[in-house]
Ligand binder design. Structure first.
Ligand code: PMT
Length: 279
């Protein structure tokens, strides 16, 4: 507001301003000083630079105070053959757990959907334990919407069709009939009306890592793919270390290599980039 000092001090202006403030409007100014009409007093418009500064500060505080929501999948899935046997893989869950810890530490409201692991997390992370890909999919859907979803779990691509309800007896040979599991990342990227603002997948590759990762990025329609070479013994599955490349769908951003370091440090760098993008 800006006006003549006597208008500003008038009772009707004061009543109207109180109404505006009660509605939640914020005021910048007015200031005390010389006015265009030649009088002096309170009612002078704030300087444009001061108005711009206050607006900047207001929106900055608002974005910093917003509590973003994150969802992470981690670990392997178990796909049962019979009540006591299952197909699984070597994922320890370490990469996903470090990501969830880091997101939570940096202020995200974090849900971690985890396949079977031996790991623990702090209480401020909402941990949902699942076993199969179907359970992981159901839990993921149930915990949307979020601002960012990171799919670091090593989800089994196949499950056993017609799994036996009783323990299978020893025989000369056993043929397993496998059917495809739902691709959780693909589904959330493409079909969900509650698609997160940033959808991030991982690509665990043993050959032609970068090429295969780019193909996955396109095929699964996610915003980033983080590739790692799981043929290397010192990184990837069940190591405390990793070395990854971030592939962006937005080709104005250059792919980035995060060189060999602890999974906690890799997670730290990934989360910083997520925060930058969300802001
Ligand atoms: O758990 P760690 O021991 O710490 O190891 C970390 C890791 C190697 C498991 C991790 O860094 C990693 O690469 N995770 C992805 C493993 C994987 O299954 O990659 P993929 O290339 O097969 O799958 C591509 C993406 O699709 C992944 O984001 C995966 O979570 C997702 N996917 C795959 C199949 C499926 N049915 N549903 C999915 O959501």
């Amino acid at each position: 507001p800006a006006m003549n000092v006597r208008m500003w001090e008038h009772k009707s202006t004061k009543i109207n301003l109180k109404k505006l403030k009660d509605f939640g409007y914020k005021l910048i100014g007015p200031e005390i000083g010389d006015m265009a009409c030649g009088e002096y007093g309170e009612g002078k418009m704030s300087e444009p630079l001061k108005i711009a500064d206050e607006l900047n500060q207001f929106f900055l505080n608002q974005s910093q105070n917003k509590k973003f929501k994150a969802l992470v999948t981690a670990g392997p899935t178990n796909e049962y053959i019979d009540p006591v046997r299952f197909i699984t893989n070597k994922s320890s869950g370490k990469q996903g757990y470090e990501l969830a810890k880091c997101l939570s530490k940096k202020g995200f409201d974090t849900t971690l959907i985890s396949g079977p692991t031996n790991l623990e997390v702090e209480k401020d992370i909402k941990l949902i334990k699942v076993e199969t890909a179907d359970e992981m999919f159901a839990a993921t859907q149930k915990n949307l919407p979020v601002d960012v979803a990171i799919f670091s779990a090593a989800v089994s691509d196949f499950k056993v069709k017609n799994k036996s309800q009783t323990k299978i007896k020893k025989e000369e040979a056993l043929n397993l009939n496998l059917e495809k599991n739902i691709d959780i990342l693909n589904y959330i990227s493409n079909h969900n009306s509650m698609r997160p603002e940033i959808v991030i997948g991982f690509a665990a590759e043993t050959n032609e890592v970068l090429k295969n990762a780019e193909e996955k990025l396109n095929k699964k329609n996610c915003d980033w793919i983080i590739s790692n070479d799981v043929s290397k013994k010192n990184i990837g599955f069940n190591s405390d270390y990793n070395e990854v490349t971030i592939h962006y769908k937005n080709k104005s951003l250059k792919n980035e290599v995060l060189p060999y370091k602890k999974k906690s440090e890799i997670s730290d760098e990934i989360v910083d980039r997520i925060i930058d993008q969300l802001n």
